[in-house]
Design a protein around this ligand. Structure first.
Ligand code: SAH
Ligand code: SF4
Ligand code: F3S
Length: 493
């Protein structure tokens, strides 16, 4: 992916793997277990939203394969059409509704085909979905995917098929995901679910429930299996990876778990990262998302110690003003955030830093917006995801604060942030010209078959001239010869 302006708001993306608000169909060869009899039905799945949703779709594919379904990458062919939805901003939901209208037309043509809505929007709207969107047959929340085969059965028998129960335990730990749309090189691994932070603007704690960490052994095993199958890069996923904590002791919950030590058989994120990094120096490890209030130096030290832990941190700041950060309930100040940035520069000096920003949050003044601009100029982010504030029903901000910045001002501030970011990212890329990087090749470049596309450890997209014998999955050392604001262009040394 290179420079790409997408969606109605000006969200801006540069050479990143974040797939916020994009979609994918399931171009996969289904690995239905040989001991499972086919049930003669095919499913099609399309995902929207963050990496967590894409990762969940792979769990869903596995659950369906284990109950006899085959898959198709053509929705016209499917008996079961699933869309895994996002509720993070209003326009994410609008996009899903539009897609449902299109899919509805398919359903009218193909008698008996069922439409299922999964994910965060399903969780937010629950039964209302069936009333609002008459063509929807099944509604399943993120913690209820194991019940999907039963829900299909119910829907086939014209019964109401809704399961939006959230769980305090479900991590799908032992389910081996079926990789969808995979390049065979990079894969996501969910290490935890839910979020306990309750940032005032955010719907995620309501759609994904309480935070819980997955058994570290199943995470390490999944990474090992991927490496054995030829994968070269895994991304450990959680809404706040720094608060990963797993204990074998069922009595260690809540505050006790937070206070427990490794000797109490508690594994924290730094320890998990080290365990995954130790699998092989040829397996790259990435992780997302880090939270400024929780990101500790010990995680940075593991990054510095292991060359295969990629030198990139995604550290969303949201705003550069303390009053707004307070209203957002982010639990840190600008000074704290800058201290964390200083820690990254000190411990992992070659790390790239990316962020998320929201413009026009409730009561944000022009001066407060300028402070966010100043923070961007100070930190000089390599990558940023920028949004204007979209009020989400039921969130603390919706209940407590007035969404009083007019839309044209929110958008104007966003445009200013995006323009500043483009300028900074071009300068940052220009600083990379002349440097030598190890690049993991992911595939042929979409623009030229004489070039490969890959990434350096810092997560920047690099275009590499093809040489005889080069193939996806290879590591190559190259020098950066030139750049755009979104991509580095390399030459062989
Ligand atoms: N867990 C991550 C973020 C998950 S949501 C974290 O804590 O940073 C991804 C991004 O969407 C957020 O960082 C935020 O910038 C943006 N976002 C979330 N809710 C939003 C809203 N209501 N309006 C606009 N942007 C929002
Ligand atoms: Fe949302 Fe905050 Fe949790 Fe991130 S940390 S998912 S922004 S509540
Ligand atoms: Fe969207 Fe849910 Fe992810 S709301 S951003 S799909 S956690």
């Amino acid at each position: 992916m290179s420079d790409q302006l997408y969606n109605n708001e000006i969200a801006f993306e540069l050479g990143s793997k974040d797939i916020d608000e994009s979609k994918q169909g399931n171009a996969l060869t289904l690995e239905r277990p040989s001991n499972v009899a086919p049930n003669g039905k095919k499913f099609y799945i399309e995902s929207y939203g963050c990496a967590m949703n894409f990762s969940d779709s792979e769990v869903v594919a596995s659950i369906l394969a284990n109950s006899g379904f085959d898959s198709t990458d053509n929705h016209l062919d499917a008996d079961l059409i699933l869309i895994n939805t996002c509720a993070i901003r209003d326009n994410a939901e609008q996009r899903v509704r539009m897609r449902l209208q299109n899919l509805g037309a398919v359903k009218k043509k193909k008698k008996g085909a069922l439409i299922g809505v999964l994910g965060c929007m399903a969780e937010r709207l629950k039964d209302q979905f069936l009333e609002q969107e008459k063509l929807v047959d099944i509604v399943v929340g993120p913690d209820a995917y194991r019940s999907l085969p039963e829900l299909v059965f119910e829907a086939e028998n014209n019964n109401k098929a809704v399961n939006v129960l959230l769980s305090r335990e479900e991590t799908y730990a032992e389910i081996s995901p079926i990789r969808l749309n995979s390049n065979g090189i990079s894969a996501f691994i969910s290490i935890m679910r839910g979020c306990d932070n309750i940032c005032s603007f955010c719907v995620v704690p309501f759609t994904r429930g309480r935070e819980r960490s997955r058994d570290w052994r199943s995470i390490v095993q999944e990474a090992k299996d991927l490496f054995d199958r030829g994968y070269k890069e895994v991304t450990l996923l959680g809404q706040n990876v720094d608060s990963y904590r797993f204990s074998d002791d069922p009595k260690l919950v809540g505050k006790k778990l937070l206070e427990a030590k490794y000797e109490d058989h508690v594994v924290n994120f730094a320890e998990l990262l080290e365990k995954v990094a130790s699998i092989s120096p040829l397996l790259r490890i990435r992780f997302s998302t880090s939270h400024p209030k929780d990101m500790t130096d010990d995680v940075l030290e593991v990054m510095a110690k292991y060359p295969n832990v990629c030198k990139h941190i995604h550290l969303p700041v949201q705003s550069g003003n303390d009053r707004i950060l307070g209203l957002m309930d982010r639990s840190y100040t600008k000074a704290w955030y800058l201290d964390r940035i200083a820690a990254i520069h000190r411990i992992v000096p070659d790390a790239d830093i990316s962020t998320d920003i929201i413009t026009g949050f409730c009561s944000e003044t022009e001066e407060e917006h300028q402070e966010t601009m100043e923070l961007m100029s100070t930190v000089r982010f390599d990558l940023a995801y920028m949004y204007y504030y979209s009020e989400r029903p039921g969130t603390p901000a919706a209940k407590r604060l007035k969404d009083d910045v007019p839309e044209d001002i929110k958008k104007r501030r966003l445009t200013e942030i995006v323009a500043l970011f483009r300028q900074i990212s071009l300068e940052r890329n220009q600083e990379n010209v002349g440097q030598v990087y190890e690049v993991l090749l992911e595939g042929i470049s979409s623009k030229s078959d004489k070039h490969f596309f890959g990434r350096n450890s810092q997560n920047k997209g690099v275009i590499v001239p093809a040489l005889e014998g080069m193939k996806p999955g290879d590591y190559v050392n190259v020098r950066i010869a030139s750049c755009t604001s979104g991509t580095l262009i390399a030459e062989h040394i």
